[in-house]
Design a protein around this ligand. Structure first.
Ligand code: PEP
Ligand code: MG
Length: 874
């Protein structure tokens, strides 16, 4: 059965962006609205996927339809492809269902041949323009389609200018350009072993294929990964009749936005150039004029321009980004699309459009990309300073924001320098829990190893500190306190800057500015909160983080990781004593010393959260993470404990594990040392009692047992928790409700969730571990090889950043269903990093979880994403 692969602009369905691409659908729309659009046709996104399925070839049916549409375009334009009197020239441009500016390829002036160029010269009476167009086409076709490097052509231009003794391209005469064409064609023949193609149809078919190929170029792949667009969408190709802005002083070309894309101000914003083609505006060879100048240069054209852009904005009810060309005083629109904008502009435009009566509140909520809100929640680089700065390297954008400061190599040095008032960038091979204070003191963190859920990344995101991780090119010399990158050695105290949103590293002090949270931000959040059904909690381990999260709208704590509390200076010694204790009594004594500290931690957190729910997780990481590693630290601890250096060193070594992530951690610690769980349960309950008594807050602690894989191990730990908690409550003589639940982060727990739910009152999906254990690769090491998986098209995205709905998601779904079967009112949440990722949040909404929990700085993002999920899935 035949399929329709090609649509004329006048016949395409403007609503079908998936088939026609965004640009194609809008061109069809504008044509059907009767606007002045150079006509053309669209080769569909299905043809793109078909091209790939067909071994990167166009089928005969596709080629046949392209030929037929071309004939129709010739009839519409009254021109003929390749004609030596009145040739039809076209542009060939990409157009995916969403715009991906600059990611894919374009060919302009297609259809020029040795014969057609003469026709164009005669017809326009402008030979210079005709030859200039031909030489541009040869250059573009050779580069985009035939992959002959551009600099080889630029060299020819330079040589010719030198021979002719001129400085500017525009000083070359028609004859000079004719000579340039001869040289270009010679280069083409030398590179390709054949003449430059004189068959316009072949030029066209090859260019369409090149645009399809560009869907898979590396920058398009990276762009899609950043924006969660799947490769399966494909791109459409738009073949559009050329109009010429470079035909003299009554012609021109420009780009305009109906509102200001940086601020959102409701005022036309644009630039144009007289006597130029589109690429000249973009390439920045000449400085364009502000759009207001057009009103003076060509008032009638401007009046028409104003009429059309107003119509377009009202039609799409969104800020438009438009390209236009004036050919001898006649205005054409070449394309329109919803314009890209900063987060601040996105908020202002959405809120303004509601005030103008053009959008409903819910439609406005859908207009802002949740991920973009990040820009408003962290310090940013001053755009001017950033322009002048040089990128010296780049790695994973692990925690957003911008930071500039002096380099320090140990947590201790970082802490001291920050205490002395320095802005600090901590540079480490990788971070460990011991570095926590240095990390907290730093403005930014750079690590050589580690992925998006490595320790550095998770902790930095939690703190809202900028972090760039996994920069393998950095060579650290810890002894000398230096690192080398891009051929330069940076010493302790030298300035660098990090962009945690792009992963870029700069070898200098780039100025930063504090973000502004405007009233529009708040307005949109209120609208979002009205529609969402998912609650949003936060992952917070300190009263400061908790208070921050509440400011951003957190409705509770979904994960308080108690281990982070153990690293503070006043308690690490006690923790270490507890770990190396040989006897239970000795361990209990050390734990008793820790109890007041732990209790105080929880008091602070409960107070910050007032009466909101708080989930506290029992100790999770392998114990050896807390131990001293250097001989110096071991000696200090041995002295404090009154044991020999050798004895302590042997204990430390005995705790070494080959695979600590799958070793003695999580609830396994409480199985071996029940007294740890006992102390923590007691601190959690006693703190709640105290806050209830003193402040009157109705605290209902949720005690969470990590890394459970078997019902009996949960039962074992739960028994200890319940006994301890009940005793503490009884002793206080006060009523206190509390719950005991578990994390689901081991595949076996998900598969046996019905049994586990008999003992667990709630589940929280720990999707960091669940992803790690389902894929069987380490969250700290995957960053190293995932790049190979992206470039080889095995994975499109990092499964630690965006939930793998097919595999890991299936486990979540199974666990949710089984859990609800046993306990219909079981509370379900997610506290892995995915809890702050918009597409993963939509999945959580669909599965019917009660809440998502994410780092404080992602709370507004999660609120908006949850609202969008509710609206989209109504
Ligand atoms: C998880 O595994 O998803 C989780 C939240 O716990 P952690 O990252 O502390 O292992
Ligand atoms: Mg975990």
């Amino acid at each position: 059965m035949s399929q329709k692969w090609v649509y004329m602009f006048k016949e395409g369905d403007p609503k079908n962006k998936n088939l026609l691409g965004g640009k194609g659908a809008n061109l069809a729309d504008m044509t059907q609205l009767g606007l002045p659009i150079p006509q053309g046709f669209i080769v569909t996104t299905e043809a793109c996927t078909g091209y790939y399925d067909n071994g990167k070839k166009l089928t005969e049916e596709m080629e046949g339809q392209i030929r037929a549409s071309l004939a129709e375009l010739e009839a519409l334009s009254g021109k003929k492809f390749g004609d030596n009197e009145n040739p039809l020239l076209v542009s060939v441009r990409s157009g995916a269902r969403v715009s991906m500016p600059g990611m894919m390829d374009t060919v302009l002036n297609l259809g020029l041949t040795d014969a057609a160029v003469e026709g164009l010269a005669k017809k326009t009476d402008n030979p210079r323009f005709a030859y200039d167009s031909y030489r541009r086409f040869i250059q573009m076709f050779s580069d985009v389609v035939m992959e002959i490097p551009k600099p080889r052509f630029e060299k020819i231009i330079d040589e010719l200018k030198e021979e002719k003794g001129v400085k500017l391209d525009t000083d070359l005469t028609a004859d000079d350009l004719k000579e340039m064409i001869v040289r270009y064609k010679a280069l083409y023949k030398q590179e390709k072993g054949e003449e430059f193609p004189q068959d316009p149809e072949l030029q066209l078919m090859e260019s369409i294929k090149a645009v399809f190929r560009s869907w898979m170029n590396p920058r398009a792949i990276v762009y899609r990964r950043m924006h969660d667009y799947p490769a399966s969408w494909g791109t459409a190709v738009n073949v559009q009749m050329m109009v010429f802005g470079n035909m003299g002083d009554t012609s021109g070309t420009g780009v305009a936005f109906t509102r200001n894309p940086s601020t959102g101000e409701n005022k036309i914003y644009g630039e144009y150039l007289i006597n130029a083609q589109g690429e000249d505006v973009v390439a920045g060879i000449r400085t364009p004029n502000p759009i207001s100048q057009l009103a003076e240069d060509m008032p009638e054209v401007y009046a028409e321009f104003e009429r059309i852009y107003t119509k377009l904005e009202n039609h799409y009810c969104d800020m438009q980004d438009m390209e236009f060309t004036v050919e001898d005083k006649k205005l054409y629109f070449l394309q329109t699309r919803n314009g890209k904008r900063t987060a601040a502009a996105a908020l202002k435009i959405a809120v303004d459009l509601v005030a103008e009566g053009k959008l409903t509140e819910e439609q406005a909520v859908l207009r802002v990309d949740p991920k973009q809100l990040d820009q408003l929640l962290h310090p940013m680089f001053d755009p001017k300073a950033l322009k002048a700065a040089k990128v010296i390297g780049s790695a994973l954008p692990a925690s957003p924001g911008a930071a500039a400061g002096k380099v320090y190599f140990t947590a201790e040095d970082a802490k001291n320098a920050a205490a002395a008032g320095e802005r600090v960038i901590l540079v480490r091979l990788e971070t460990s829990p011991e570095d926590i204070e240095g990390m907290a003191a730093a403005k930014g963190i750079l690590t050589v190893r580690g992925g998006m859920t490595s320790h550095a990344a998770v902790v930095a995101r939690g703190m809202g500190t900028c972090c760039v991780s996994g920069c393998g090119e950095v060579k650290i010399n810890e002894e000398a306190k230096t690192f080398e990158l891009a051929g330069t050695v940076y010493k302790e105290g030298d300035y660098i800057s990090l962009d945690g949103s792009t992963g870029n590293i700069y070898g200098e002090d780039v100025a930063t500015i504090e973000p502004e949270i405007t009233g529009d931000f708040e307005t949109l959040m209120v609208w979002a909160d009205k529609v969402r059904t998912l609650k949003v909690r936060t992952n917070a381990d300190t009263p400061k983080d908790a208070a921050n999260a509440v400011r951003f709208g957190a409705e509770g704590i979904g994960l308080c990781r108690t281990e982070h509390m153990f690293f503070e200076e006043d308690r690490i010694m006690k923790v270490r004593k507890m770990i190396v204790a040989k006897e239970e009594a000795e361990r209990r004594a050390a734990l008793l010393e820790l109890l007041p500290f732990q209790k105080q931690d929880f008091v602070g957190i409960y107070e910050a959260m007032e009466s909101r729910p708080v989930t506290i997780r029992l100790l999770d990481p392998p114990l050896h993470e807390f131990l001293p590693h250097s001989d110096e630290d071991i000696a200090e601890l041995a002295k404090a404990m009154g044991i020999s250096f050798e004895e302590l060193k042997a204990t430390v070594e005995s705790l070494h594990e080959f695979n600590p992530m799958m070793g003695h951690r999580g609830c396994r610690l409480a199985v071996s040392y029940p007294e740890i769980a006992e102390m923590q349960a007691r601190a959690i309950i006693e703190a709640a009692i105290q806050v209830k008594k003193e402040k009157g807050f109705a605290i209902v602690p949720e005690i969470m047992i990590p890394l459970v894989g078997e019902k009996k191990e949960l039962q074992f730990v739960k028994d200890i928790v319940v006994k301890t908690a009940d005793a503490a409550i009884k002793e206080a003589g006060i009523e206190l409700e509390y719950h005991v639940g578990t994390m689901i982060e081991i595949p076996r727990a998900a598969l046996t969730a019905d049994a586990i739910a008999e003992d667990a009152e709630f589940f929280s999906f720990g999707t960091n571990d669940l992803t790690q254990m389902t894929f069987g690769f380490s969250r700290d090491d995957a960053g190293k090889f995932l790049e190979d998986y992206y470039s080889k098209e095995i994975y499109e995205v990092d499964p630690f950043a965006r939930l793998d709905q097919t595999g890991v998601g299936q486990l979540i779904q199974i666990a949710a269903e089984k859990g609800r079967k046993t306990r219909p009112d079981i509370k379900l949440g997610i506290c892995g990093e995915h809890g702050g990722d918009p597409s993963s949040i939509e999945f959580c909404h669909k599965v019917g979880l009660n809440y998502v929990s994410c780092s404080p700085f992602r709370v507004p993002i999660a609120r908006l994403a949850a609202a969008q999920s509710a609206i989209k899935n109504k």
